[in-house]
Structure formats: structure tokens, C-alpha cells
Design a protein around this ligand. Sequence first.
Ligand code: MF3
Ligand code: CO
Ligand code: CO
Length: 258
Amino acid sequence: MGSERITLLSSREIDKMRRAGSLAAKLLDHLEPMVKPGVSTLEINDEAEKWTQAHGAVSAPLGYGPKNNPFPKSLCTSVNEVVCHGIPNAKQILQSGDIINIDVTPILDGYHGDTSRTFFVGTPSPTAKKLVEVTKECLHRGIAAVKPGNRIGDIGAAIQEYAEANGFSVVRDFVGHGVSHIFHTAPQIPHYGRAGKGKKLKPGMVFTIEPMINEGTWEAVILEDGWTAITKDGKLSAQFEHTIAVTKDGVQILTLPD
Ligand code: MF3
Ligand code: CO
Ligand code: CO
């Protein structure tokens, strides 16, 4: 860990990442109106798979992971206490008051666009609303810490400071990651840490920032399916994710609709 080399992408490759990222953002825009009480997470999955194929892309999550337990669906749907990697299921029907993270990764022309947002189903509780708003702000504070010469630890420190100041905790077991023609590669981007620590950021680095912020303990456990991560205390978890590129003088978000 940390020993792999970090690939710097050319501006041509970053253009391709932006095209894949824009498609990913448009896919979330397309799915958002489906997030309503009574809809199953499998219905969201199936619409995403259809839309992705119709746009000439491939769903990276489908079949991803270990050969003996590949991820079985086209995207991750993580409801309430699910931290990440929730598996869409016909029996999981959304109810008013739920929060759901939808995490999509279409591959377009060989490049991955990895982005997620947390949505409210119907009307959120005050706690759910605050958690989701704080998590979104954590992502943006993390992104704001990205510029050449800053360090990877600056990103996590900015996120952790804001999450904890609001009484929430930062998941440790899952991190942001380099992404390109490979889904998960170096560097790892923890969403906690110390400013001034870690590798220096350089123009051409492309990675995700995807803080998972919990209402209670930061600890997570993995269910028997080998994928679904839930909070150890059963309290809520929220997440937002963008894929970003380090530029000459700052940062560019690659997973915006246009
Ligand atoms: N999109 C997730 C991420 O942000 C990874 C999902 S892998 C899967 O890194 F196999 F669970 F789909
Ligand atoms: Co993702
Ligand atoms: Co990711």
C-alpha cells in the first residue's frame, strides 16, 4: 500500500475521463426522479443498466471484484445504515424517510466515470438532512484542498475536521482511489488524516474523493454477502463522490453533467 506508482494522465486522457465522468453525472440525473417511496433498488439498477448500454457504455461494477464473489449488479445502492456497496434487490422497497446513496461507474471509451450522491426518499428526518448536507460539504471541502504542492493528507484533514465539528464520524475502511482505464488504482485517498502529511499532489493525477460520513461510530462491518458494508451501530451513513483531476493551478471536477 502506498508503494505503487501514481500514473499522471495526459490532457487527452483527462478529456476521455471527463467524457466518462459527464456520462456518470447524467446517469445520476436520470435516476434521481426514480427515487420515490415504493420503488425497489433493483428497478433503479435495471434502468441504469439499460441507460448505460443505450449510451454506448459498460457498467463497471457488474462482475467486478474477486472471481469467487463478483459484484452481481450494475451499481451500488446504499440505504440508511449501509455505508457503501449495497446490492440492488427486488425486495428492497424505498420508504419515505430513507436516504439512499446511488454510486455509478460507467466505462466509456475505456475510461471510468465514478460518482455518487445521497438522495432523500420523501421527507428526511432532521438528523438525516443534516448528515447528508454535512457529507456533501465534506466532499467539497476535500476538493478545495486539492492543488499542486498540497498533500494527500490535506484532503482528509479538511474532511475530518468538518465532519467531526458537526458531531459526525469519518469511515476509515474505505477510501478514495486513483481511477482511469483501471477502476481502482494508486493513490489511496483517506477521508481523515493530518494536513501536510502524505504524497504531494501533481498535475495529471486523477482520483476520487468519496467521503462516507456516519451519524454514530465510524466503524463498519461487512455482511455475509461479502459486499454490503453497514455501520456497526446501525446508525445512518451518507456519501458523495466525485472523480477529480489535479490541474496546473488547482483542481477540476470530471464528474459534472457538462
Ligand atoms: N463505485 C465504487 C467506488 O466508488 C466501487 C464499487 S465496486 C462494486 O469505488 F463492485 F461494489 F461495485
Ligand atoms: Co463510486
Ligand atoms: Co470510487
